[in-house]
Design a protein around this ligand. Structure first.
Ligand code: FE2
Length: 386
Protein backbone atom coordinates (compact mmCIF):
# COMPACT_ATOMS: atom_id res chain seq x y z
CA UNK A 1 0.00 0.00 0.00
CA UNK A 2 1.28 3.48 -0.89
CA UNK A 3 -0.11 6.42 1.05
CA UNK A 4 0.56 10.16 1.18
CA UNK A 5 4.07 11.06 2.26
CA UNK A 6 6.62 13.86 2.45
CA UNK A 7 10.33 13.53 1.82
CA UNK A 8 12.90 16.17 2.77
CA UNK A 9 16.63 16.42 2.23
CA UNK A 10 17.72 19.91 3.29
CA UNK A 11 21.42 18.97 3.60
CA UNK A 12 23.88 19.16 0.67
CA UNK A 13 25.96 16.01 0.48
CA UNK A 14 29.58 15.94 -0.65
CA UNK A 15 31.03 12.43 -0.62
CA UNK A 16 34.42 11.08 -1.68
CA UNK A 17 38.01 10.42 -0.74
CA UNK A 18 39.85 13.64 0.08
CA UNK A 19 36.65 15.73 0.29
CA UNK A 20 37.80 17.15 3.60
CA UNK A 21 39.98 19.54 1.58
CA UNK A 22 36.78 21.34 0.52
CA UNK A 23 36.05 22.49 4.08
CA UNK A 24 37.53 26.00 3.81
CA UNK A 25 35.72 26.66 0.54
CA UNK A 26 32.41 25.52 2.03
CA UNK A 27 32.89 27.64 5.19
CA UNK A 28 33.35 30.71 2.99
CA UNK A 29 30.33 29.85 0.83
CA UNK A 30 28.18 29.74 3.96
CA UNK A 31 29.57 33.11 5.08
CA UNK A 32 31.43 31.76 8.11
CA UNK A 33 33.96 34.19 9.62
CA UNK A 34 34.45 32.55 13.04
CA UNK A 35 34.17 28.79 13.23
CA UNK A 36 33.76 26.52 16.25
CA UNK A 37 35.08 22.99 15.70
CA UNK A 38 33.19 20.58 17.96
CA UNK A 39 34.78 17.21 18.55
CA UNK A 40 36.10 14.68 21.07
CA UNK A 41 39.45 13.49 22.37
CA UNK A 42 39.47 10.43 20.07
CA UNK A 43 39.50 12.76 17.05
CA UNK A 44 42.26 14.85 18.64
CA UNK A 45 44.41 11.75 19.29
CA UNK A 46 43.79 10.29 15.81
CA UNK A 47 45.28 13.40 14.18
CA UNK A 48 42.06 14.18 12.29
CA UNK A 49 41.50 17.45 14.18
CA UNK A 50 45.04 18.57 13.34
CA UNK A 51 44.43 17.86 9.68
CA UNK A 52 41.33 20.08 9.81
CA UNK A 53 42.89 22.92 11.80
CA UNK A 54 45.86 22.91 9.36
CA UNK A 55 43.41 23.26 6.47
CA UNK A 56 41.60 26.19 8.12
CA UNK A 57 44.85 27.92 9.07
CA UNK A 58 46.12 27.59 5.49
CA UNK A 59 42.95 29.34 4.32
CA UNK A 60 43.20 31.97 7.09
CA UNK A 61 39.85 31.05 8.60
CA UNK A 62 39.51 31.96 12.27
CA UNK A 63 38.35 29.18 14.61
CA UNK A 64 37.98 27.95 18.18
CA UNK A 65 37.96 24.31 19.28
CA UNK A 66 35.65 22.53 21.73
CA UNK A 67 37.11 19.02 22.07
CA UNK A 68 35.41 17.74 25.21
CA UNK A 69 32.44 15.89 23.70
CA UNK A 70 31.70 12.63 25.55
CA UNK A 71 29.82 9.58 24.23
CA UNK A 72 26.07 10.08 24.74
CA UNK A 73 26.45 13.88 24.87
CA UNK A 74 25.25 15.56 28.04
CA UNK A 75 23.19 18.72 28.38
CA UNK A 76 25.86 20.35 30.59
CA UNK A 77 28.55 19.86 27.94
CA UNK A 78 26.30 21.37 25.26
CA UNK A 79 25.88 24.41 27.50
CA UNK A 80 29.68 24.70 28.04
CA UNK A 81 30.36 24.50 24.29
CA UNK A 82 27.60 27.08 23.71
CA UNK A 83 29.14 29.55 26.17
CA UNK A 84 32.52 29.19 24.44
CA UNK A 85 30.90 29.81 21.05
CA UNK A 86 28.98 32.81 22.35
CA UNK A 87 32.08 34.42 23.88
CA UNK A 88 34.10 33.85 20.70
CA UNK A 89 31.41 35.27 18.40
CA UNK A 90 31.05 32.06 16.42
CA UNK A 91 28.88 32.23 13.29
CA UNK A 92 29.48 28.76 11.82
CA UNK A 93 29.81 25.34 13.44
CA UNK A 94 31.66 22.23 12.30
CA UNK A 95 30.82 18.93 14.04
CA UNK A 96 33.59 16.35 13.57
CA UNK A 97 33.29 12.77 14.81
CA UNK A 98 30.49 10.35 15.57
CA UNK A 99 26.91 11.10 16.50
CA UNK A 100 27.90 12.63 19.84
CA UNK A 101 30.03 15.40 18.28
CA UNK A 102 27.52 16.12 15.53
CA UNK A 103 24.56 16.14 17.94
CA UNK A 104 26.44 18.46 20.31
CA UNK A 105 27.08 20.77 17.34
CA UNK A 106 23.35 20.72 16.50
CA UNK A 107 22.54 21.56 20.12
CA UNK A 108 25.07 24.44 20.15
CA UNK A 109 23.64 25.72 16.85
CA UNK A 110 20.18 25.65 18.41
CA UNK A 111 21.37 27.60 21.45
CA UNK A 112 23.33 30.18 19.42
CA UNK A 113 20.28 30.96 17.32
CA UNK A 114 17.58 30.65 20.00
CA UNK A 115 19.29 31.36 23.36
CA UNK A 116 17.91 29.95 26.62
CA UNK A 117 18.74 26.52 28.00
CA UNK A 118 19.03 23.34 25.94
CA UNK A 119 16.05 21.92 27.90
CA UNK A 120 13.85 24.64 26.34
CA UNK A 121 14.27 23.09 22.89
CA UNK A 122 13.51 19.41 23.42
CA UNK A 123 10.57 18.01 21.50
CA UNK A 124 9.05 17.96 18.05
CA UNK A 125 9.15 21.15 15.93
CA UNK A 126 9.76 23.44 18.90
CA UNK A 127 12.37 25.59 17.09
CA UNK A 128 11.36 28.98 15.74
CA UNK A 129 13.94 29.51 12.99
CA UNK A 130 17.00 27.86 11.41
CA UNK A 131 20.00 27.09 13.62
CA UNK A 132 23.46 28.62 13.12
CA UNK A 133 24.93 27.14 9.89
CA UNK A 134 26.47 23.74 10.52
CA UNK A 135 28.82 21.52 8.52
CA UNK A 136 29.05 17.90 9.70
CA UNK A 137 32.04 15.66 9.05
CA UNK A 138 31.32 12.10 10.19
CA UNK A 139 34.31 9.94 11.12
CA UNK A 140 32.26 6.85 11.92
CA UNK A 141 29.94 4.96 9.59
CA UNK A 142 26.83 4.58 11.66
CA UNK A 143 24.99 7.47 13.17
CA UNK A 144 23.67 9.25 10.09
CA UNK A 145 23.58 12.41 12.20
CA UNK A 146 25.25 14.33 9.34
CA UNK A 147 21.92 14.13 7.52
CA UNK A 148 19.20 13.74 10.14
CA UNK A 149 16.86 16.26 11.72
CA UNK A 150 17.51 15.15 15.30
CA UNK A 151 19.92 15.88 18.09
CA UNK A 152 19.94 13.42 20.99
CA UNK A 153 21.10 14.89 24.30
CA UNK A 154 21.29 13.17 27.71
CA UNK A 155 19.41 15.04 30.43
CA UNK A 156 21.76 14.72 33.43
CA UNK A 157 18.91 15.24 35.90
CA UNK A 158 16.61 12.45 34.68
CA UNK A 159 19.35 10.44 32.92
CA UNK A 160 16.98 10.15 29.97
CA UNK A 161 17.99 10.87 26.40
CA UNK A 162 16.05 13.81 25.03
CA UNK A 163 15.56 14.81 21.40
CA UNK A 164 15.52 18.05 19.52
CA UNK A 165 13.44 16.90 16.59
CA UNK A 166 13.14 19.52 13.88
CA UNK A 167 14.18 19.80 10.22
CA UNK A 168 15.82 23.11 11.19
CA UNK A 169 18.65 21.28 13.03
CA UNK A 170 19.73 19.58 9.79
CA UNK A 171 23.31 20.51 8.81
CA UNK A 172 23.75 22.75 5.77
CA UNK A 173 26.47 20.49 4.41
CA UNK A 174 27.51 16.90 5.09
CA UNK A 175 31.14 16.43 4.10
CA UNK A 176 31.86 12.70 3.93
CA UNK A 177 35.42 11.56 3.41
CA UNK A 178 35.84 7.76 3.71
CA UNK A 179 39.58 8.13 4.32
CA UNK A 180 38.77 9.68 7.71
CA UNK A 181 37.20 6.38 8.83
CA UNK A 182 40.34 4.30 8.17
CA UNK A 183 41.67 4.82 11.71
CA UNK A 184 38.49 3.64 13.46
CA UNK A 185 39.17 0.74 15.83
CA UNK A 186 37.36 -2.48 14.88
CA UNK A 187 35.01 -2.47 17.90
CA UNK A 188 33.83 1.05 17.00
CA UNK A 189 33.46 0.03 13.34
CA UNK A 190 31.29 -2.87 14.53
CA UNK A 191 29.06 -0.98 16.94
CA UNK A 192 28.51 2.05 14.69
CA UNK A 193 27.86 -0.26 11.73
CA UNK A 194 25.21 -2.13 13.74
CA UNK A 195 23.66 1.25 14.59
CA UNK A 196 23.39 1.98 10.85
CA UNK A 197 21.82 -1.44 10.28
CA UNK A 198 19.28 -0.73 13.04
CA UNK A 199 18.44 2.61 11.40
CA UNK A 200 17.79 0.89 8.09
CA UNK A 201 15.71 -1.96 9.57
CA UNK A 202 13.63 0.32 11.80
CA UNK A 203 13.13 2.87 8.98
CA UNK A 204 11.79 0.03 6.81
CA UNK A 205 9.60 -1.71 9.39
CA UNK A 206 8.26 1.25 11.42
CA UNK A 207 4.66 2.32 10.94
CA UNK A 208 5.46 5.58 9.12
CA UNK A 209 7.73 4.09 6.47
CA UNK A 210 7.06 5.11 2.88
CA UNK A 211 8.25 4.06 -0.60
CA UNK A 212 11.32 6.31 -0.87
CA UNK A 213 12.60 5.45 2.59
CA UNK A 214 11.85 1.75 1.97
CA UNK A 215 14.05 1.77 -1.14
CA UNK A 216 16.87 3.58 0.66
CA UNK A 217 16.64 1.33 3.71
CA UNK A 218 16.81 -1.90 1.71
CA UNK A 219 19.84 -0.65 -0.22
CA UNK A 220 21.55 0.26 3.05
CA UNK A 221 20.79 -3.16 4.59
CA UNK A 222 22.36 -4.91 1.57
CA UNK A 223 25.53 -2.82 1.74
CA UNK A 224 25.94 -3.19 5.50
CA UNK A 225 25.41 -6.96 5.47
CA UNK A 226 28.04 -7.25 2.73
CA UNK A 227 30.65 -4.73 3.89
CA UNK A 228 30.45 -4.45 7.69
CA UNK A 229 32.21 -7.78 8.40
CA UNK A 230 34.94 -6.80 5.90
CA UNK A 231 35.44 -3.35 7.46
CA UNK A 232 35.61 -4.90 10.95
CA UNK A 233 38.19 -7.51 9.89
CA UNK A 234 40.30 -5.21 7.72
CA UNK A 235 40.06 -1.57 8.75
CA UNK A 236 42.36 -0.53 5.91
CA UNK A 237 40.00 -1.79 3.23
CA UNK A 238 39.05 1.57 1.73
CA UNK A 239 36.33 0.12 -0.49
CA UNK A 240 34.57 -1.43 2.54
CA UNK A 241 34.98 1.85 4.45
CA UNK A 242 33.52 3.79 1.53
CA UNK A 243 30.55 1.45 1.19
CA UNK A 244 29.87 1.60 4.94
CA UNK A 245 30.04 5.41 5.05
CA UNK A 246 27.65 5.61 2.11
CA UNK A 247 25.31 2.99 3.65
CA UNK A 248 25.17 4.80 6.99
CA UNK A 249 24.42 8.08 5.18
CA UNK A 250 21.64 6.43 3.16
CA UNK A 251 20.21 4.72 6.26
CA UNK A 252 20.28 8.17 7.90
CA UNK A 253 18.28 9.68 5.03
CA UNK A 254 15.81 6.79 5.37
CA UNK A 255 15.17 7.02 9.10
CA UNK A 256 15.35 10.82 9.02
CA UNK A 257 12.29 10.83 6.79
CA UNK A 258 10.67 7.72 8.26
CA UNK A 259 11.61 7.01 11.90
CA UNK A 260 13.21 4.46 14.15
CA UNK A 261 11.22 2.33 16.59
CA UNK A 262 11.38 0.16 19.68
CA UNK A 263 15.07 -0.74 19.41
CA UNK A 264 16.10 2.89 19.65
CA UNK A 265 13.52 3.59 22.38
CA UNK A 266 15.14 0.89 24.52
CA UNK A 267 18.75 1.61 23.48
CA UNK A 268 18.43 5.30 24.30
CA UNK A 269 17.05 4.49 27.75
CA UNK A 270 19.97 2.10 28.30
CA UNK A 271 22.55 4.59 27.02
CA UNK A 272 21.09 7.38 29.14
CA UNK A 273 21.53 5.37 32.34
CA UNK A 274 24.75 3.44 31.72
CA UNK A 275 26.52 5.30 28.89
CA UNK A 276 26.43 2.06 26.88
CA UNK A 277 27.76 2.83 23.36
CA UNK A 278 24.66 3.48 21.27
CA UNK A 279 25.46 0.94 18.56
CA UNK A 280 26.23 -1.80 21.11
CA UNK A 281 22.89 -1.17 22.84
CA UNK A 282 21.02 -1.28 19.52
CA UNK A 283 22.77 -4.43 18.38
CA UNK A 284 22.01 -6.27 21.64
CA UNK A 285 18.32 -5.35 21.49
CA UNK A 286 17.65 -5.54 17.74
CA UNK A 287 16.91 -9.31 17.39
CA UNK A 288 14.39 -9.25 20.25
CA UNK A 289 12.46 -6.19 19.10
CA UNK A 290 12.55 -7.50 15.51
CA UNK A 291 11.00 -10.78 16.76
CA UNK A 292 8.38 -8.91 18.80
CA UNK A 293 7.43 -6.82 15.75
CA UNK A 294 7.03 -9.70 13.25
CA UNK A 295 3.22 -10.03 13.75
CA UNK A 296 2.79 -6.36 12.73
CA UNK A 297 3.94 -7.13 9.17
CA UNK A 298 5.39 -10.63 8.60
CA UNK A 299 6.11 -9.92 4.93
CA UNK A 300 8.27 -6.86 5.58
CA UNK A 301 10.19 -8.73 8.26
CA UNK A 302 10.66 -11.65 5.85
CA UNK A 303 12.07 -9.24 3.25
CA UNK A 304 14.61 -8.01 5.82
CA UNK A 305 15.44 -11.61 6.72
CA UNK A 306 16.12 -12.36 3.05
CA UNK A 307 18.49 -9.40 2.85
CA UNK A 308 20.25 -10.81 5.91
CA UNK A 309 20.70 -14.12 4.08
CA UNK A 310 17.50 -16.17 4.65
CA UNK A 311 16.20 -18.41 1.90
CA UNK A 312 12.42 -18.45 1.33
CA UNK A 313 12.20 -21.86 -0.32
CA UNK A 314 9.72 -24.21 1.37
CA UNK A 315 9.08 -21.86 4.28
CA UNK A 316 6.14 -19.75 5.40
CA UNK A 317 6.52 -15.97 5.53
CA UNK A 318 6.59 -16.14 9.34
CA UNK A 319 9.30 -18.80 9.33
CA UNK A 320 11.50 -16.69 7.04
CA UNK A 321 10.92 -13.63 9.24
CA UNK A 322 11.91 -15.62 12.34
CA UNK A 323 15.08 -16.77 10.58
CA UNK A 324 15.93 -13.06 10.49
CA UNK A 325 16.10 -13.06 14.29
CA UNK A 326 18.82 -15.72 14.24
CA UNK A 327 20.69 -13.99 11.41
CA UNK A 328 20.76 -10.72 13.36
CA UNK A 329 22.23 -12.54 16.36
CA UNK A 330 24.78 -14.22 14.08
CA UNK A 331 25.86 -10.95 12.48
CA UNK A 332 26.31 -9.33 15.93
CA UNK A 333 28.46 -12.33 16.92
CA UNK A 334 30.49 -12.13 13.69
CA UNK A 335 31.40 -8.50 14.36
CA UNK A 336 32.02 -9.31 18.05
CA UNK A 337 29.34 -7.20 19.76
CA UNK A 338 29.34 -8.13 23.48
CA UNK A 339 26.36 -9.84 25.11
CA UNK A 340 24.19 -7.71 27.39
CA UNK A 341 24.95 -9.96 30.36
CA UNK A 342 28.68 -9.36 29.89
CA UNK A 343 28.35 -5.61 30.39
CA UNK A 344 29.09 -5.15 34.08
CA UNK A 345 27.05 -2.01 34.64
CA UNK A 346 23.75 -3.44 33.46
CA UNK A 347 21.50 -4.42 36.37
CA UNK A 348 18.10 -6.09 35.71
CA UNK A 349 16.74 -4.24 38.77
CA UNK A 350 16.88 -1.10 36.60
CA UNK A 351 14.77 -2.64 33.84
CA UNK A 352 11.40 -1.25 35.08
CA UNK A 353 12.92 2.26 34.99
CA UNK A 354 14.39 1.64 31.53
CA UNK A 355 11.10 0.19 30.24
CA UNK A 356 9.30 3.29 31.44
CA UNK A 357 11.90 5.45 29.67
CA UNK A 358 11.42 3.48 26.44
CA UNK A 359 7.66 4.18 26.42
CA UNK A 360 8.38 7.92 26.75
CA UNK A 361 10.75 8.04 23.78
CA UNK A 362 9.70 10.36 20.97
CA UNK A 363 9.89 7.42 18.51
CA UNK A 364 7.75 5.04 20.64
CA UNK A 365 4.57 5.71 18.60
CA UNK A 366 6.41 4.68 15.40
CA UNK A 367 7.10 1.11 16.52
CA UNK A 368 4.99 -1.03 14.19
CA UNK A 369 3.50 -3.09 17.05
CA UNK A 370 2.26 -1.15 20.09
CA UNK A 371 4.47 -1.82 23.11
CA UNK A 372 3.56 -1.10 26.73
CA UNK A 373 5.94 -0.69 29.66
CA UNK A 374 5.36 -4.41 30.44
CA UNK A 375 6.25 -5.37 26.85
CA UNK A 376 9.51 -3.37 26.99
CA UNK A 377 10.27 -4.87 30.40
CA UNK A 378 9.93 -8.37 28.98
CA UNK A 379 12.08 -7.45 25.98
CA UNK A 380 14.85 -6.13 28.28
CA UNK A 381 14.79 -9.44 30.19
CA UNK A 382 14.77 -11.48 26.97
CA UNK A 383 17.75 -9.55 25.58
CA UNK A 384 19.59 -9.90 28.90
CA UNK A 385 19.00 -13.64 29.13
CA UNK A 386 19.43 -14.28 25.38
FE1 FE2 B 1 20.95 5.21 16.18
Amino acid sequence: MIWDFNFRLPTCIEFGNGKIKKLGERVRELGGTKVQLITDQGIVNSGILRKITDLLQAEQIDFVVYDQVKPNPRDVDCMTAYRQAQEAGVDLLVGIGGGSSMDTAKAVGTLLSHGGDIKDWYGLNVLQHPITPLICIPTTAGTGSEITFFAVVTDTTTKLKMNILDARVAPKIALLDPELTLTLPSHVTASTGMDALTHAIEAYTCNISEPITDALALYAIDQIVKYLPIAVEDGNNLEARKQMLSASLIAGIAFGNSDVGGVHCMAEALGGLYDTPHGVANSMLLPYVFEYNIPSDPEKHAVVAERLGANRQGKSTEEVAHEGVQLLKKLAETVRIPKMKDLEKIDPNDFPYLAEGATKNVSAPSNPRPASKEDYLELFHRAYNG
